[in-house]
Design a protein around this ligand. Structure first.
Ligand code: MSP
Length: 654
């Protein structure tokens, strides 16, 4: 029995939900919905919740003249409302102030204690309240600022319980080495390993005595348990903790995945597994750290209202599906992203309104006109165009399924949109309007309409994890019951088209888009789009000036489509791969590419890339590298260049 358990981080209640929180939660929701379609809802669990203890929350409440629980009770409703607005399908919502959570935190503490892994000591160090973490002096910026938040740290000197983290250093290293899928993507795995190998781990201070907002340590009520120990436990407390039925089904006997932002990697890949190792409990199968969103190039921060994108407002104005789609489509999970309203509107217009919305409009209109809304069952369909439609659908299903299994939602959308575009082309090529004109065309018309309806039925099922509302609307318009299973058989059952049909996505022309953007900016308390924003924080470092080049200069670049036919690691070079790339010449080109931290060699063979063919050859690690594979990213490679459809290798790129 295959089971799947997936979690978001639990969000601090000193902030209201913004785009960053929405991103993780939508990604997890998409992956959970897909697994429900594959495994059945009873075999999948998705968890989210709120992190409500700790000094940070206590201080935030104090500033507002509230008690911490009043603050938590108020803000938790904002999170619940945001997830409702975004159609998040979490099976449970955990709050760390709930008794069911507290019981498991205490149980875990006792387990660590029984192992002899908790001891009392004195702690003196620098603490950042925003991170809720101690920093060694060497890591402080300017000797006194937290390296993450750049806010002043406070000196803490108190008695504290410690967890013997140091004892697990070697075990963690070998666990991560032996379980390549544990920390993903590879770049984050290397980051964790780098940290673990760099210096001896220090034991972790896991209790505090100078404030009271938290769970009291067993037998030591003057100690409050460190908020991260408390928070990480949510992943199992929501299942009832060790021994509970839910825990057995979804922690011990499931594929367990924590999706987090890259900011909280160390807590999840060092502290949490060390605690579980100590307690003798199974580790999660995967911790996947995604990238960080900025807004128009700026870090999301309370001091910059324009960066505080409100996902609820966006969903009200353009629909939850559009927001979900944009977040999943814009950047691969793992890479950093930059949000702009213009980018959101661009994707709504081209991919949602044009590609998908049009497809449904056309189909409903055509089906009414040619067969009075009665879609025939699919019989036959052996014409090459029908076969192409079916095989493309099968490929989209297989590729999208594989991508979602591998936690790559943007890749899944690539595959699905191949089918969306082909379905549009299928109508153009089969020309139902011509077939409808003469009676001999009737049999063929039935096959065409049924094939086309079948492709739409599949598309609804494939987009459902991303666009649940659109999927239901497509099914409703086709007169089908809203199925949720991943598609299997290519067999249109026949149906009666619904009488009404809503437009899936409204195209936003320029004036409409400008009005919306102004409204969003005004709501955030930011100046209008045209007005230059007052610099409220130091400008981000600007890129070095790139000299302009002429068309002739550009024409000198021999850019071509290449297909990777062989990829190997290079001994003792962590970052480099040795690639053979077919570019329309008798023999493939050999190049050395610095992409090993982002790509494993196995997954590369067959990929199409943009290739610079007339770059001066250069010897790298003893290999004559003859050209260059183009990729996105600056210091670190984030994604290889690719083409959105197959093209013969060697074709010029301009
Ligand atoms: N409470 C801790 C997590 C405990 S998990 C056991 C916490 N909470 S948080 O409210 O600060 O949320 C952090 C998470 O929000 C990040 O890990 C990420 O998932 C999401 N994001 C917050 N800002 C983000 C961006 N700007 N971009 C992408 N995701 C971001 O840390």
């Amino acid at each position: 029995m295959e089971r799947f358990y997936i979690t978001t981080p639990i969000y601090y209640v000193n902030d209201v939900p913004h785009l960053g929180h929405a991103y993780t939660t939508v990604a997890v929701d998409v992956l959970a919905r897909y697994q429900r379609a594959r495994l059945g809802p009873e075999n999948v669990r998705m968890l989210t919740g709120t992190d409500e203890h700790g000094l940070k929350i206590q201080e935030a409440a104090h500033k507002r003249g509230e008690t911490p629980i009043e603050l938590a009770d108020r803000v938790v409703e904002r999170f619940r409302a945001a997830w409702r607005a975004l159609d998040i399908s979490n099976d449970d919502f955990i709050r760390t102030t709930e008794p069911r959570h507290k019981a498991v935190v205490l149980d875990l503490w006792r387990r660590l204690e029984q192992q002899g892994d908790i001891y009392l000591g004195d702690y003196e160090g620098w603490y950042c309240i925003s991170c809720e973490e101690f920093y060694p002096e060497s890591q402080l910026a300017g000797g006194k600022l937290c390296p993450v938040h750049e806010r002043e740290v406070t000196r803490v000197k108190e008695q504290s319980y410690f967890f013997r983290l140091s004892k697990y250093q070697d075990a963690l290293i070998s666990y991560i080495e032996q379980h390549p899928g544990f920390v993903q993507p590879t770049i984050r795995k290397n980051e964790v390993l780098g940290f673990l190998r760099s210096e001896p781990l220090r034991d972790l201070s896991i209790s505090r005595t100078t404030f009271g907002w938290g769970i009291q340590a067993p037998e030591h009520p003057e100690h409050v348990i460190y908020v991260w120990i408390d928070a990480l436990t949510n992943y199992i407390s929501a299942l009832g903790g060790p021994g509970a039925d839910g825990y057995q089904r979804f922690w011990e006997a499931a594929r367990t995945i924590h999706v987090i932002g890259k900011d909280i990697l160390r807590f999840h890949c060092v502290y949490w597994p060390a605690m579980l190792l100590s307690a003798g409990l199974p580790l999660p199968r995967t911790v996947f750290a995604h990238g960080w969103w900025k807004v128009s190039g700026k870090k999301i921060s309370k001091g910059l209202p324009a960066t505080r994108i409100d996902p609820v407002q966006l969903s009200e104005d353009v629909g939850a599906d559009a927001v979900r789609y944009f977040l999943m489509r814009e950047v691969p999970l793992g890479a950093d992203g930059d949000f702009s309203y213009e980018g959101l509107i661009g994707r709504i217009n081209s991919e949602l309104a044009n590609d998908l919305g049009n497809l449904l409009n056309r189909s409903a209109a055509m089906l009414r006109k040619y067969v009075g809304g009665k879609i025939p069952a699919l019989a036959g369909g052996d014409d090459p165009l029908d076969v192409e439609l079916r095989t493309t659908a099968e490929r989209a299903r297989d590729d999208a399924g594989k991508a979602l299994d591998e936690l790559a939602p943007s890749r899944a959308l690539d595959a699905i949109w191949e089918l969306v575009r082909l379905a549009n082309r299928y109508v153009d090529q089969t020309q139902p309007w011509v077939l409808a004109r003469n009676p001999e065309g009737k049999a063929r018309l039935d096959v065409v309409l049924a094939s086309f309806a079948e492709s739409l039925r599949w598309i609804a099922l494939l987009v459902a994890p991303f666009l649940p509302r659109s999927a239901t609307e497509i099914q409703r318009q086709l007169g089908l019951s809203s199925g949720e299973r991943w598609p299997s058989a290519w067999r249109y059952p026949g149906s009666q088209v619904a009488e009404t049909g809503a437009v899936l996505f409204q195209r936003l022309d320029e004036p409409a888009a400008a009005t919306l953007i102004d409204k969003w900016l005004a709501k955030a308390g930011a100046p209008k789009a045209e007005a230059p924003e007052a610099p409220t924080e130091p400008a981000p470092p600007t890129k070095p000036d790139v000299a302009k080049i002429t068309y002739e200069d550009f024409g000198r670049l021999d850019l071509r489509v290449g297909r990777i036919v062989k990829a190997d690691r290079i001994p003792k070079a962590d970052k480099l791969l040795h690639l053979h790339v077919e570019i329309g010449e008798p023999a493939p080109r050999e190049v050395v590419a610095g992409i090993a931290t982002a790509y494993a060699p196995d997954g590369l063979v067959g990929k199409q890339v943009v290739f610079l063919a007339n770059l001066e050859p250069k010897k790298i690690r003893g290999i004559l590298s003859h050209g260059m594979v183009l990729a996105a990213g600056d210091a670190e490679v984030l994604a290889l260049s690719g083409l959105d459809r197959e093209v013969v290798p060697g074709t010029k790129v301009k």
